[in-house]
Design a binder for this molecule. Structure first.
Ligand code: SF4
Ligand code: SF4
Length: 322
């Protein structure tokens, strides 16, 4: 953890304890240490004394936005720690009228870029007993005592490489200093072009292979801020839109429905792909739809909840009106 992050931890704990002690929030959603050094867990802080377990480090990748929906079921205001990408997720929930902005206290934290635990684990298998960032390097210590120093930039989440501004704006409170934006990678949709360049049969075989690995755990849906219907069509029995049968056609039914449901509303947070236990490249589908929306409707930044939503709008004179 960098020196700045260490200082931010102290500030965060102090401010959250103060908010809870003053009754300004009923609960605060942040992170606590995980079971392995590469991961953190959500921490629902209910009293000032629990604020000491809060952590802020380079592994705080998960978005806490969806937890707000459950928390909002109870009385009172909910505090939440948000990175810039998490803020887009909360704005999505507000735009969809699922979240009452007045009942949320957003505590923003500037983000230096989050480490992709899966990238680390796939390239450095075996137990890691300590992990952190020192002098811009990702430092890992294995169970045999070996210390590895790795170029941090190569292990960041894909979404961090495209981040335009790592400083959350228009929040209620900020902890820690601002972070200088790194030069964001241009969205060239190379991953989409690669798929579209495949002959049709090869493309179909590619998605058959990917979707057949899906265990339909629904983690991708559950984490998604654009998937927040009170009752999901995949959970109802009558009519049964998706049978329990494990077949390629049912997998397509689930994945295409999910992708089209979020088309034009996806905030490009990458959480669906990050949480998928079998590593299905869902962002390729999401990005393909983003690209279509840019090209067909001239929406410059379809991942921004403030942009127009062409698939959810009525326009007099629409040539496809029926
Ligand atoms: S998270 Fe992955 S395995 Fe689970 S339903 Fe989504 S795509 Fe399928
Ligand atoms: S579809 Fe994936 S990337 Fe898009 S908002 Fe949902 S979780 Fe985020």
């Amino acid at each position: 953890m960098s020196g700045e992050m260490r200082a931010t931890n102290g500030e965060l704990r102090e401010k959250v304890a103060g908010l809870l002690a003053a009754g300004q929030v009923r609960v605060f959603l942040g992170y606590r240490a995980g079971r392995t050094p590469l991961r953190v867990r959500p921490h629902h802080v209910l009293g000032p004394e629990q604020a000491d377990d809060l952590v802020w480090n380079e592994f705080c990748a998960p978005s806490l936005a969806k937890y707000l929906l459950d928390e909002q079921e109870d009385e009172g205001r909910v505090g939440v720690l948000v990175k810039a990408c998490d803020l887009r997720a909360t704005r999505r929930l507000v735009a969809d009228r699922r979240l009452d902005r007045e009942r949320v206290l957003l505590v923003g934290v500037a983000c230096p870029g989050m480490v992709d635990a899966r990238k680390v684990e796939s390239l450095h298998p075996g137990p890691i007993v300590e992990a952190g960032v020192r002098d811009g390097k990702l430092v890992l210590q294995t169970s045999t005592g070996e210390v590895k120093e790795l170029p941090r930039e190569e292990y960041l989440l894909d979404r961090c490489l495209h981040c335009e501004d790592p400083n959350p704006r228009d929040v209620d409170l900020v902890v820690g200093p601002e972070v200088a934006p790194r030069p964001a990678r241009t969205r060239d949709y190379a991953e989409v072009a690669e798929i579209l360049a495949m002959p049709l049969a090869e493309r179909a075989a590619y998605w058959d292979r990917q979707f057949s690995r899906c265990v339909r755990c629904f983690a991708c849906r559950n984490v998604c801020p654009a998937c927040s219907c009170r009752e999901c069509c995949f959970d109802v029995w009558e009519p049964m839109w998706l049978s329990r049968e494990v077949s390629v056609s049912e997998q397509y039914m689930f994945h295409f429905t999910r992708a089209f449901h979020v088309a034009g509303r996806c905030v490009d947070c990458g959480e669906c792909e990050r949480v998928c236990p079998v590593g299905i490249p869902l962002m390729k589908l999401n990005r393909a739809l983003q690209k279509e929306i840019q090209e067909l409707f001239g929406v410059e930044r379809p991942w921004d909840p403030d942009e127009k939503e062409p698939l959810a709008m009525y326009a007099p004179g629409d040539p496809d009106f029926h």
